[in-house]
Write a protein that binds this ligand. Structure first.
Ligand code: WQD
Length: 383
C-alpha cells in the first residue's frame, strides 16, 4: 500500500525532534516510501535526537548502500515556531508548490497540569499554530494531514473500552486544544473535499526503539509515569518512592488504568495513515461528506499504575517503593482504547507487550542516563 516511488514524496513532520516525532521519522525513513522534513522549536526536544535517527537508519542500510542511499538517511531539520506563519511559509517555499506531499502534525505542548497554569500558551501553540499550518498548507496545495490527537479528548469516557463514537469532552485546556484542533480539521475537510485528514488519538505511548539510540527525553523531572520510573531506576531522580496519585478509583486495584502501546507500534500507525491518504489506497468512500476520520491508536488492554510499577521493577531490577497520596487533578479512572476501527481501516496493530515496552525503555535509559544531553563516553562526560 502507499506510493511506491524510489525517492518518496516529501512529508513534513512537525515536532519531529520529539519522542513520538523521532520514532515516526525513523519508521518513515526506514521504509524509504517518504522523504522526511522535520520541523521543531526544540521547546521540549533536542536536535541531537535527529542525528541519532540518521545514524540509526544509516546503520541499517545494506553494506553495499550507494552514496545516495546514505545521503537519504540525512533528515532536513528546520527550527520553526509554528505560531509564526512566516516561518512555516519559509519552509514550504524551500520545497515550492507541490513540494510537500503531506504533513504529520505532532508538535504540541502536552502537559495537562501545566496547561491549566498557562492556557494562553497552550491555545497559541496547539490551536493557533494548527490553524497557521493549515493555512500555509492550503497556500501550497498541500492538503494531506495526519494529526496527533490524544485519548484525553474523551474526558471521563462513559464506556470502556472506548470507541471513536464516544462524545468528546475535555477537563483541561490541553484536552480542549486537542478537541478544538480536531474540530477545525473536520470542518475544513467538510468545506473543501480536496483535503484528506486523519486524527490519531494516542493512548499512552511507552518504550523506545530497541537499539536504545532514541527514546523519551523530557526536560526536567518527568510528569509521566514511565519516564519517571526510568529516571528513578537510573538514579537521575534521587528518589526510590513513587507517589501514587490515589488508589480509590473504581478499578481492579484502585489505581488508574491506562492503555500503554509501544512507541514503535504507534509510529507504524502514522505510516499506515499516510499510506491511507495516498490516491491508490484511498480509504474513504467516494460519496463521503468529508475525507476526514479519527482513529484510536491503542492496544486495547488496560494496565494499572501498580501493574506498571511491578513491570518496571522486573525490567530494571530496581526496588521501587510506592506511597499512595491524593488524586492528581485531571486524572480519570480508565482510558483503554477500542482499537477495532484503526485495525479494520488502516491495518493498525500494536503487538508489543508490556514486558517489551519496559525492556526497551530501560535499555534506552541505561544507555543514555542523561538523555540526549551530555553523553557519558567511557564513564566521562563527553560531547
Ligand atoms: C499515568 C498514570 C497517573 C505519575 C498523559 C497525558 C496525556 C498524554 C499521555 C499527551 C496516571 C499515575 C503518574 C506519578 C502516578 N499526553 N501517576 N504518579 O496522565 O495517562 O496521560 O500522558 O497526549 O494527555 O495526560 O499519563 O504517565 O502522566 O500517568 O500515580 O508520579 O500514572 O495518576 O493514573 P496520563 P501519566
Amino acid at each position: 500500500k502507499g506510493p511506491k516511488v524510489d525517492e518518496g514524496p516529501n512529508v513534513l513532520v512537525t515536532g519531529g525532534a520529539g519522542y513520538i516525532g523521532s520514532h515516526v521519522i525513523y519508521v518513515l525513513q526506514k521504509t524509504r516510501r517518504y522523504k522526511v522534513i522535520a520541523l521543531d522549536n526544540h521547546h521540549n526536544s533536542s536536535s541531537g535526537c535527529l542525528d541519532r535517527v540518521s545514524e540509526l537508519t544509516k546503520s541499517e542500510l545494506p553494506a553495499d548502500a550507494t552514496e545516495d542511499e546514505k545521503l537519504s538517511a540525512e533528515i532536513d531539520v528546520h527550527k520553526c515556531d509554528l505560531t509564526k506563519p512566516d516561518q512555516i511559509r519559509a519552509v514550504f517555499e524551500k520545497y515550492g508548490k507541490e513540494g510537500v506531499w503531506g504533513v504529520v502534525h505532532i508538535a504540541a505542548y502536552k502537559a495537562v497540569g501545566e496547561s491549566t497554569e498557562i492556557p494562553l500558551t497552550y491555545y497559541a501553540n496547539n490551536v493557533c499554530a494548527t490553524v497557521s499550518l493549515l493555512q500555509v498548507m492550503d497556500e501550497f496545495d498541500c492538503r494531506r494531514l495526519v494529526y496527533s490527537s490524544s485519548a484525553t479528548v474523551y474526558g471521563t469516557p462513559p464506556v470502556i473500552p472506548i470507541p471513536e463514537t464516544t462524545r468528546l469532552e475535555a477537563h483541561s485546556p490541553y484536552g480542549k486544544t486537542k478537541i478544538m484542533s480536531e474540530t477545525i480539521i473536520d470542518d475544513l475537510c467538510h468545506a473543501d473535499k480536496r483535503w484528506r485528514a486523519l486524527s490519531l488519538r494516542y493512548f499512552n505511548p511507552a518504550g523506545a526503539h530497541p537499539s536504545g539510540m532514541i527514546g523519551e527525553d523530557p526536560r526536567g523531572r518527568p510528569g509521566n509515569l514511565l519516564p519517571l520510573l526510568a529516571h528513578m531506576a537510573v538514579g537521575r531522580v534521587k528518589d526510590s518512592t513513587l507517589k501514587v496519585f490515589g488508589d480509590d478509583y473504581p478499578t481492579p486495584d484502585g489505581t488508574c488504568v491506562r492503555d500503554y502501546l509501544h512507541v514503535m507500534d504507534l509510529a507504524s500507525g502514522h505510516l499506515l495513515s499516510l499510506d491511507a491518504l495516498a490516491p491508490e489506497s484511498f480509504i474513504f468512500k467516494e460519496d463521503a461528506t468529508a475525507y476526514y476520520k479519527a482513529y484510536n491508536l491503542g492496544k486495547g488492554q488496560g494496565v494499572s499504575v501498580l501493574q506498571i510499577v511491578d513491570a518496571m521493577r522486573k525490567a530494571t531490577g530496581f526496588d521501587f517503593k510506592h506511597e499512595v497520596i491524593g488524586r492528581r487533578r485531571g486524572d480519570v479512572p480508565d482510558l483503554t482504547a477500542d482499537p477495532a476501527l484503526a485495525e479494520r481501516d488502516l491495518g493498525f496493530k500494536a503487538p508489543a507487550d508490556l514486558t517489551t515496552m519496559c525492556r526497551d525503555l530501560w535499555n534506552w535509559q541505561q544507555k543514555n542516563p542523561m538523555g540526549y544531553g551530555e553523553q557519558l563516553v567511557n564513564g566521562v562526560k563527553g560531547v
